[in-house]
Design a binder for this molecule. Structure first.
Ligand SMILES: [Mn+2]
Length: 341
């Protein structure tokens, strides 16, 4: 199907790409589907997130009441990237499972297994970094959105962006967790360490965190020193006492950089919007608040230079579409349109 005969109101076919767009369309947004969940410690399944999200976009209408026809700038879905990360994941996962099983049963952890996982994570990060860098070098106006997989996935993308912009942007990190652990279960690039690893970058961006409701004292202390954050409990208290969502955002994002990157862990939402995610926690943002947030940031004139959407996990026992991917695919569309606007 060529761009000329593409009908945005037509039906999704085998020839369609993400959101039903044509595969051969010129694109200003490259989506990197990432099947990696090696260090996942609780419920696995986010490995299947990218494909579930892709399938859920088949039933969506392209025209958007807020973003209108931003999709016309083109969105691509990198199938080769998906296959490559899937392979890397399957090679490294057995070593991580050995470690996690030993920890859970009180057995002795094999240090070589930990080292193998750490090396595999380094290789994986390098692959994401090199791919991102190449895309950004080939077309200076191109945006990248990464779809996970677990929350360790976007490290290479954030690193590439931190170099391109010399750290002059803010990350908006939506998550139930700070993800500021030094390492977790011995894994340096654990899903629970992503923001700690970002803080350690040479040209680290500023970090704004929201949704937080399950964390350790040391993460809280590190955040108090290094990031700007709004605890979920505090957020809900303000709302219950009558402060509007908009006023809360105005205060929280007072000094936000013009350029932003959104790192969206789906568990930042209330668990009813992501029932199968790895580590659901009561509380969190409503779906409509997350959507409003993207429109709010756009209206304030912020430029979305990249994003990730991670930890979306389909219900693997179900054949048809589940809530996790239906909601995740809508968020992916909001983020994609924002990146193109
Ligand atoms: Mn996370």
């Amino acid at each position: 199907m060529s761009e000329h005969e593409f009908d945005p109101e037509g039906t999704f076919t085998d020839e369609s790409s993400i959101f039903g767009l044509p595969k051969d369309m010129e694109s200003k947004l490259s989506i990197l589907p990432t099947a990696w969940e090696v260090t996942t410690s609780f419920r696995r399944g986010t490995l299947f997130g990218p494909e579930a999200l892709f399938n859920a976009t088949k039933q969506m209408d392209l025209f958007h009441p807020y973003w209108r026809k931003s999709y016309e700038k083109g969105i691509s879905w990198d199938v080769d990237f998906l296959e490559k990360t899937k392979l890397m994941n399957s090679e490294a996962t057995p070593y991580a499972l050995n470690v996690i099983n030993s920890l859970e049963t009180g057995g002795e952890v094999n240090q070589q297994d930990i080292e193998k996982v750490n090396m595999a994570s380094d290789n994986f990060n390098e692959y994401v970094y090199n791919t991102s860098k190449l895309i950004l070098e080939n077309d200076k106006n191109k945006r990248i959105g990464l779809v996970g997989g677990d929350h360790s996935c976007p490290y290479g993308l954030i690193k590439a962006l931190s170099e391109k912009y010399d750290g002059d942007f803010s990350i908006i990190h939506l998550d139930a967790h700070f993800d500021l652990r030094d390492s977790y279960q011995g894994f340096r690039h654990s899903h629970a360490s992503i923001m700690k690893n970002v803080l350690d970058l040479k040209t680290a961006p500023k970090i704004y965190q929201m949704g937080l409701r399950d964390f350790s004292a040391s993460e809280f202390n590190l955040a108090s020193e290094k990031t700007t954050f709004l605890l979920d409990q505090e957020f809900h208290k303000l709302k219950i006492e009558g402060k509007s969502f908009r006023n809360i955002l105005d205060d929280f994002f007072k000094n936000l950089s013009e350029k932003i990157y959104i790192s969206f862990d789906i568990d930042g939402l209330a668990p009813e919007f992501c029932p199968n995610t790895g580590t659901p926690v009561p509380g969190g943002l409503a779906y409509s608040e997350a959507v409003y947030l993207t429109h709010y940031l756009h209206e304030r004139g912020h430029e979305l230079i990249g994003f990730d959407l991670v930890e979306v996990s389909p219900d693997c026992d179900k054949e048809d579409l589940g809530l996790d991917e239906i909601i995740g695919s809508r968020l992916l569309y909001e983020l994609s349109c924002f990146a193109l606007s």
